[in-house]
Ligand binder design. Structure first.
Ligand code: HEC
Length: 445
């Protein structure tokens, strides 16, 4: 029976559009009838009002069933429920005074219609805030308060970063708070503040200081994804291995201290968290300004060069296929003076081999590297493990294999890896590991 109630209640968010339509139509018709003096249409007004009364009554009952299913509570829900019933009541009175025009003065009917519209708008607004969050309407408005807490505070240096406020809370906000926040706390668990998180949910505390393994929160995110207790629920984006590791560290070693500093954590975790922090003047690596003459000279040698960002001087450099004639090493040497400015580099099909990979690995700001269709093997690819900003790596048509992949897997910044036409087995262990941390590994068809 309870399940049936929840099932029916879930139609509430769809159904509510019906009374809104009828009631707004009634008010528009009323205006038309009055201003254009078309009394013959008067029946249409009362008919759409009647439909509005009936359908809003149904909506209110569905809403009541939905609210019983839990997960919605707090002031917003109370306001929404109250405003909903007021709308039902006012629309019924508006209908009645419209039917009995001889007994009531028109002003009363107009006032009721106006009141009904106000409560309709308020009901909708509170309802929308319940499902989408309180700032749903204004989040993108030109007058919305800029930034807000989600963008994170600006830190003068990484030493200031606090594990909870600067790293853990943003993770929970992104991945859990759509269901666990004030006003919509599934299982009574509200993660919007440190205090409410520590308080836990219906099943008691979800975090046990110093005992990560026994903490319900950690248990839930570590379960297999198809387990019914797995969190986040409903197929929402799961936590990554690093996110879990960091929260676990905070509970276990940090003793859930809200003020414990990130600098106390393991080096690996710090390195992982660093790019997510808002550290003053640290977002972009320092690079020299573009020297136009130097670029001209390189273009004369056959390079295609494009400025990616005037502000940072970042460059996209392509060494065209077939232009190298065995000179690839010499050409790469020519790039050395501007190597820190090169963020994207393509050496695709240029005949570079393992010997050139050592040079390539010196382009330490590389974010994208294309070395597809070259006779590079694991020995050369292993050199690339030092490229700590690399996000996209194209190894299509190279002789890469397990050992090279092991090196590539060490690049923590990697987001996409291309492996068409290679002898790598899609079931390779390293591939699985990278996929687990959300690296896109593409094999082609
Ligand atoms: C799509 C909605 C949704 C999201 C997103 C979500 N949860 Fe939940 N969560 C639920 C529901 C529903 C329950 C209650 C049912 C249950 O216990 O499985 C729950 C219960 C829990 C509980 C048990 C609380 C108690 O006291 O019983 C924990 C712990 C939890 N969630 C943690 C998380 C964490 C951590 C995240 C983010 C990684 C998360 N949830 C994201 C819907 C969600």
């Amino acid at each position: 029976m309870e399940d049936l109630g929840i099932f029916i209640g879930r139609f509430h968010p769809v159904w509510v559009h019906l009374p809104i339509g009828f009631l707004v139509l009634a008010v528009l018709l009323k205006g038309y009838v009055t201003l254009r003096k078309k009394p013959t249409l008067g029946d249409a007004v009362s008919f759409s009002l009647l439909l509005g009364v009936g359908s809003s009554l149904v909506a209110a009952v569905l809403g009541l069933l939905l609210s019983r299913s839990g997960g919605y509570e707090g002031e917003l829900l109370d306001f929404h429920l109250a405003a909903g019933w007021v709308t039902v009541l006012l629309s019924a009175l508006a209908w009645w005074t419209d039917r009995q025009q001889k007994r009531f003065c028109p002003a009363l009917n107009y006032a009721l219609l106006a009141g009904m519209m106000v409560s309709l708008v308020l009901t909708g607004h509170f309802g929308g805030s319940l499902t989408h969050g309180e700032d749903f309407l204004t989040a993108y408005a030109p007058f919305a308060p800029g930034g807000g807490e989600s963008s994170g505070r600006v830190l003068a240096s990484i030493e200031e970063a606090e594990v909870f406020g600067d790293v853990v809370q943003p993770i929970l906000k992104r991945k859990c708070q759509s269901c666990h926040r004030a006003g919509k706390s599934k299982a009574g668990l509200d993660m919007s503040s440190y205090e409410s998180l520590l308080k836990g949910g219906e099943g008691g505390p979800v975090i046990l200081p110093s005992d990560a393994e026994k903490s319900e929160l950690i248990r839930r995110v570590m379960l297999p994804e198809d387990h019914e207790d797995f969190m986040p629920a409903e197929g929402k984006k799961p936590l990554t291995a690093e996110e879990i590791q960091l929260i676990t560290w905070w509970i276990a070693e940090g003793n859930t201290d809200p003020k414990i500093l990130l600098s106390e954590a393991d080096e690996d975790l710090i390195a992982w968290a660093r790019p997510q922090l808002n550290i003053q003047g640290e977002e972009v690596p320092e690079v020299a300004r573009i020297d136009t003459l130097q670029l001209r000279a390189l273009e004369q040698m056959g390079f295609r060069i494009r400025v990616l960002s005037i502000e940072t001087g970042a460059l996209d450099v392509v060494l065209p296929e077939g232009r190298t004639q065995g000179q690839a090493a010499g050409l790469l040497e020519a790039l050395m003076p501007i190597k820190d400015q090169i963020w994207w580099l393509s050496l695709a099909g240029t005949g570079v081999g393992d010997a050139e990979m050592g040079l390539t690995a010196q382009f330490s700001n590389l974010q994208r590297l294309r070395i597809e269709n070259n006779p590079v093997t694991d020995a050369g690819i292993s050199e690339l493990r030092v490229l700590s900003r690399l996000e996209v790596l194209n190894l299509n048509g190279t002789a890469v294999n397990s050992q090279g992949l092991e090196a590539v897997a060490e690049i923590k910044s990697l987001k996409a890896l291309y492996l068409w036409n290679t002898s790598v087995n899609p079931a390779n262990e390293q591939v699985a590991k990278m996929r687990a941390r959300e690296v896109k590994v593409v094999f082609g068809s």
